[in-house]
Design a protein around this ligand. Structure first.
Ligand SMILES: [Zn+2]
Length: 305
């Protein structure tokens, strides 16, 4: 009997599941990532999660074929560490090796957005397709691609850094070192920041959600900010569509909760900016697995190795 553990490492929580070879979920668990407490504590939390999954499914480490992990940040394939991780103290920490040593199980990793792409492709909105893109728009923008039925991760494992493609040549400086990145104009954080710049009176804690609500209530500044951000998002996604000519783009992430605007903006961007044969063959659909796409994708990564 083959079983696979999927782990999705996030800035605030670490999620895990055990999946059988038939894609049946045997257990699920979630622990806080305790990112403020340092790297040792984060590793301990991963162990706690794995122990809890094994306990709840009545399995031992011998019953697990492989572990798949969706990880945030830039992966160094040779050293098997994150070379850059902004939300967690895991940069240059050999946590994958530590897990393998402790449990004697091989660990496979993928960028968290790439893992979510695999989840949506096999168990969500992408079922039955051959070429699809997945994009998640929340605080930042993440993406992944399925090409000819396979997850495309690129030569370094970091493909589809869509949030950091240049959409303003001389635009704002980005934490990645580039200027004018899509994420600075089209993400939840960009919307909140634009509202702050425009001296919005939405209270102290301005969020993208509040700006969407103000726009829905007819606030003209909020409407302007949302329209601008959605145009940037449409432009960003049209670049990806032109490059990959997919049959489907699946859209997920916190911003999609604001209503149909996000998907509509991408549809308009595709229609106005893409070559006609590409636009005509392309559907845009909302994600189906919600926040669980990453953890299912991580388990499927382990299974499909
Ligand atoms: Zn950037």
């Amino acid at each position: 009997m083959e079983n696979y553990i999927g782990i999705d490492i996030g800035g605030t929580g670490i999620k895990g599941i055990i999946l059988t070879a038939e894609n049946k979920r045997l257990a699920k668990a979630c622990v806080p990532s305790c990112s403020q407490a340092g790297s040792e504590k984060v590793c301990e939390q991963i162990f706690t999660l794995i122990d809890s999954l094994l306990l709840h499914s009545n399995l031992s480490s011998n019953d697990i074929t492989r572990i798949g992990m969706g990880i945030p940040g830039h992966w160094d394939k040779e050293k098997r560490v994150l070379s850059h991780c902004s939300n967690l103290p895991l940069s240059n920490i050999p946590f994958v090796e530590k897990i393998e040593k402790k449990y004697g199980i091989e660990v496979i990793t993928a960028n968290d957005a790439n893992a979510a792409t695999l989840g949506e492709y096999i168990l969500g909105a992408g079922r039955g397709t051959t070429n699809m893109l997945f994009v998640t728009v929340s605080t930042g923008i993440g993406a992944g691609a399925i090409i000819n039925g396979k997850l495309f991760s690129g030569s370094s494992g970091n493909a589809l850094e869509l949030g950091h493609i240049t959409i303003e040549q001389n635009g704002l400086p980005c934490s990645c070192g580039n200027r004018g990145c899509a994420e600075l104009y089209a993400s939840g954080a960009a919307i909140a920041k634009a509202a702050e710049y425009m001296y919005f009176t939405l209270g102290d804690d301005i969020t993208a959600e509040k700006v969407f609500q103000a726009a829905a209530a007819g606030n003209s500044k909020a409407c302007f900010i949302i329209r601008d951000a959605m145009e940037s998002l449409g432009a960003c996604l049209s670049v990806a569509a032109q490059l990959f000519d997919p049959e489907l783009i699946v859209v997920g992430g916190g911003l999609t909760k604001a209503g149909p605007q996000v998907i509509d903006a991408i549809k308009i961007g595709i229609k106005t900016r893409c070559a006609k044969p590409i636009a005509e063959h392309l559907s845009i659909e909302p994600a189906q697995l919600g926040e669980d796409a990453g953890v299912y994708g991580a388990a499927l990564l382990a299974k499909n190795k």
